[in-house]
Ligand binder design. Structure first.
Ligand SMILES: CC(C)(O)[C@@H](O)C(=O)O
Ligand SMILES: [Mg+2]
Length: 562
């Protein structure tokens, strides 16, 4: 066992002495040591109950002949960090989480791991850390929140709450209606109920085979979810106690090139968050898988978009997908289009992915459409290229409410705060393209999620007539023609930094185009005079992040070659 390094032989007397101080007994030194990577934190609705989840998991691990060691990572609630400079810390927290997992697991030579993430970048952070450790790892998330209802019975969620602000600004809803939404959008524990970033990532873990079926959809704090926690704990013990299984189920044997492609296929079928692109590129990088942004469009062409969930369809939430057959039913359905859609691959349970979905069926065709009746024949995300994004930009096509071809005049803002003020002051009219720059991984630094401006536009009734282009990123709850991750970013001299008010921007989603109508000569002239803005920073951590981070086309991973 890997943990023999810290628990076997007379030289490890002091190590055992310390372990005995934590409560270990003679018999424990022959058992596998399992790291329980938890992300319990009191301020996130998806996480405030994870201490109880870890207790359940640890009991099950002890009952199954292994020794659990719980440790915690941090977590940031993007909803609470949204719309102010707290959001600068969100994406960088992924690196802290990954490095925490790596540090604890490797420093103490633990044999296997069970990871309990739930929201947004806590999922990729834990996966990235686990890949560096490469021991058998089961992921079991806290689970999604139930949808909410207004007093009059309309289904709502966090996206409703953000868009309601714009509706209130535009005088479309009263203060009383706004309060009704505030009190009911998030009814309790879990990751916010739509196909936002958290649930997108929790879903993709099923597609990658690193979590048990149901991980993405079974609602938090239910008996069914408790059974999932227990099953995950039993499975990691089964693997950890068997030396051949410990080798066979090393994380990188499961999370390989096929798993990355399968994740994107499911993402396409369900219209996942644009953040999945950023996170999956970073995960592929840790897994040593050569996966490029441009590969996404190739996958998208083979996958039909068959499940619309909030924010793309505001009445449908993860609980509905769960009732309709879950991610297994989605996978089974898209696989009917051809053998190239999903690759067969080992999963953590020991069966292959195709074995796992063999008997899956759709239970409600209004929620998960059959393959012959998709929302669209291509996937819900697209990568756009052109002189405005030579390395690529990301758009959630599933969330577009207006035309998929758009030409409009640029209204430029250096940063989200100016953009929000400008939109509220009426600077943006129908037919415009809002450009928000210096919000990339380096420029922000930290690549803010910009749910506030996108929700304002939706709420003010401009969602179908105004496009937004940024080197920053979006929330999974963003909808409308919102194009993000523009690379190269302004801070590294990208074209987005050279734009001027009134420039004509052209977007053609189905032909994957994002360009500005300027002559090469004009672009060369502007480039010659261009000095990117470098924001003053008071945070040492964000300064370190800015020095190391790569652009969004590279998953905003940190450089290690310096
Ligand atoms: C707050 C949200 C909706 O969770 C957001 O962070 C996302 O990315 O989806
Ligand atoms: Mg987020």
């Amino acid at each position: 066992m890997r943990s023999d390094e810290v628990k076997k032989g007379h030289q490890r007397t002091p190590h055992r002495s310390l372990l005995r101080a934590t409560g270990l007994k003679d018999e424990d030194f022959s058992k596998p040591f399992i790291g329980v990577a938890n992300s319990f934190i009191e301020i996130i609705p998806g996480h405030f109950f994870l201490d109880k989840v870890a207790d359940i998991i640890k009991d099950e691990i002890r009952a199954n002949g292994c020794v659990p060691f719980e440790f915690n990572t941090i977590g940031i609630d993007d909803g609470i960090a949204m719309g102010h400079d707290g959001m600068l810390y969100s994406l960088p927290s992924r690196e802290l989480i990954a490095s925490s997992v790596e540090s604890v697991m490797n420093a103490h030579k633990l044999d296997a791991m069970i990871a309990i993430p739930n929201c947004d970048k806590i999922v990729p952070g834990m996966i990235m850390g686990a890949l560096r450790v490469d021991v058998p790892t089961v992921f079991v998330s806290g689970g999604p929140m139930a949808k909410g209802y207004t007093k009059s019975g309309t289904p709502i969620d966090l996206a409703t709450a953000f868009e309601a602000v714009g509706q209130h600004e535009a005088g479309k809803i009263t203060a009383e209606q706004l309060l009704d939404i505030e009190c009911n959008a998030c009814p309790g524990a879990g990751s916010c109920s739509g196909m936002f970033t958290a649930n997108s990532m929790n879903t993709l873990m099923e597609a990658m085979g690193i979590a048990l079926p149901g991980n993405g959809t079974i609602p938090a704090q239910t008996k069914e979810r408790e059974a999932l926690y227990r099953a995950a704990a039993r499975r990691i013990c089964e693997i950890a106690k068997d030396s051949a299984a410990r080798e066979q189920f090393k994380l990188k044997n499961i999370l390989n090139a096929k798993a990355v492609r399968n994740a994107f296929a499911v993402d396409m079928a369900m219209g996942g968050s644009t953040n999945t692109v950023l996170h999956m590129l970073a995960i592929a990088n840790e897994a040593g898988v050569d996966f490029r942004l441009k590969d996404i469009n190739t996958i998208s062409k083979n996958v039909s978009h068959i499940a619309k969930i909030s924010p793309s369809l505001t009445t449908v939430h993860m609980e509905d997908i769960n009732r309709a057959g879950g991610v297994n039913a989605v996978m089974k359905e898209i696989s009917k289009r051809g053998t190239e859609v999903l690759a067969d691959n080992l999963t953590i349970t020991g069966e292959t992915l195709l074995e796992r979905i063999a008997n899956a069926e759709i239970a409600d065709e209004n929620i998960i459409h059959p393959i012959h009746n998709p929302y669209s024949a291509v996937g819900g995300l697209a990568i756009l290229y052109g002189n405005l994004a030579t390395e690529g930009a990301v758009v959630k096509t599933a969330g577009i409410t207006g035309s998929r071809v758009f030409t409009g005049k640029a209204v430029c803002f250096d940063g989200q705060a100016d953009a929000v003020a400008g939109i509220m002051m009426g600077k943006v009219q129908a037919g415009d393209v809002v450009v928000i720059r210096y919000e990339g991984p380096k420029g922000g630094p930290g690549m803010q999620e910009m749910l506030t401006p996108t929700s304002l536009l939706m709420g003010m009734g401009l969602g179908s007539t105004v496009a937004l282009v940024t080197d920053g990123r979006f929330s999974g709850a963003t909808r409308g023609a919102a194009i993000g991750h523009v690379s190269p970013e302004a801070a590294e001299g990208g074209m987005i930094g050279l734009l001027q008010d009134g420039d004509e921007i052209h977007i053609d989603v189905d032909n994957y185009i994002l360009s500005v109508n300027l002559s090469d000569e004009e672009i060369t002239n502007r480039k010659a005079a261009f000095v990117p803005v470098r924001k003053p920073l008071s945070s040492r951590w964000l300064g370190q992040y800015r020095a190391l981070v790569t652009n969004a086309a590279n998953g905003a991973v940190l450089r290690t070659d310096l």
